[in-house]
Ligand binder design. Structure first.
Ligand SMILES: C[S@@+](CC[C@H](N)C(=O)[O-])C[C@H]1O[C@@H](n2cnc3c(N)ncnc32)[C@H](O)[C@@H]1O
Length: 230
């Protein structure tokens, strides 16, 4: 299933926010955010919406999934959940520090150090790719499209992506505070229309939207089930 990566092309500059995960201390503390009552609640909500998205993706594509690439997998937040769902699980991340923690927690899992921009897989090598808690860190739409194209290329049936969008009370509140001069930076979440457009540009069509929060207007988190255009 693993093949050499394609030749690298020019790409927009990557945000520093993506680099912090290569720091040993940052990687060691990463799982702390899912500890405590509210952390556990947030984690469980995301896990539930991920399982629901996988069910919908199977229904839409009319196939059962046997292989998943979880990218970036970080410290293996969803490795256990996804390994229980399919026979072939691969977790992929650029940070060997994050992967070290994942390997210690899940000795049976298969992990790869690689870049989402150049995935070391052949075209349509896996049934589905899932991408959680990554794209909102990539502020540049061009770079997001580059990453999404790679996901579309390697996925036979579906791509499930986690986005932060702008149609929520939280983002509207931030926009108002920014206009009143009370908040320096305007929120950068794209609109749902812009998200659909960039997924189309990457060769993906949205088939379902799954809200992570029970009250969608209170949260900007959404999972999108996308089908590759062939
Ligand atoms: C916020 S974490 C998300 C990890 C996991 N999906 C989760 O929900 O906890 C973002 C991850 O993206 C990884 N990353 C950043 N740039 C990457 C790239 N170009 N290719 C692969 N992984 C990358 C980081 O190392 C980090 O582990």
């Amino acid at each position: 299933m693993v093949s050499p990566p394609p030749a690298a092309g020019p790409e927009p500059r990557r945000p520093a926010k993506l680099e912090v995960y290569r720091e040993a201390d940052y990687a060691a503390d990463y799982d702390q955010r899912w500890h405590g009552r509210s952390g556990e609640k947030r984690d469980a909500r995301k896990a539930q919406s991920l399982l629901r998205s996988l069910d919908l993706a199977e229904q839409c594509s009319g196939t059962s999934f046997h292989s998943i690439v979880d990218l970036p997998c970080g410290t293996g937040r969803f490795s256990d959940l996804l390994m229980k769902r399919v026979e072939h699980y691969i977790g992929l991340d650029l940070s060997t520090q994050m992967l070290d923690h994942a390997r210690k927690k899940f000795v049976c899992a298969r992990y790869l150090a690689a870049d989402v921009a150049q995935l070391p897989f052949a075209d349509q090598a896996v049934d589905v790719t899932v991408c959680i808690r990554f794209l909102h860190l990539v502020r540049c739409p061009k770079l997001r499209v580059k990453f999404l194209r790679e996901m579309a290329r390697i996925s036979r049936s579906a791509v499930i992506v986690d986005y932060r969008h702008s149609r929520t009370l939280r983002v509207w509140g931030k926009k108002i505070r920014n206009r009143l001069g009370m908040l320096k930076l305007a929120p950068a979440n794209p609109s749902l229309a812009a998200i659909h457009a960039e997924l189309q540009e990457a060769g993906l069509t949205v088939s379902s939207r799954v809200s992570v929060h029970r009250a969608p207007l209170l949260s900007d988190k959404i999972l999108l089930v996308c089908l590759p255009q062939r």
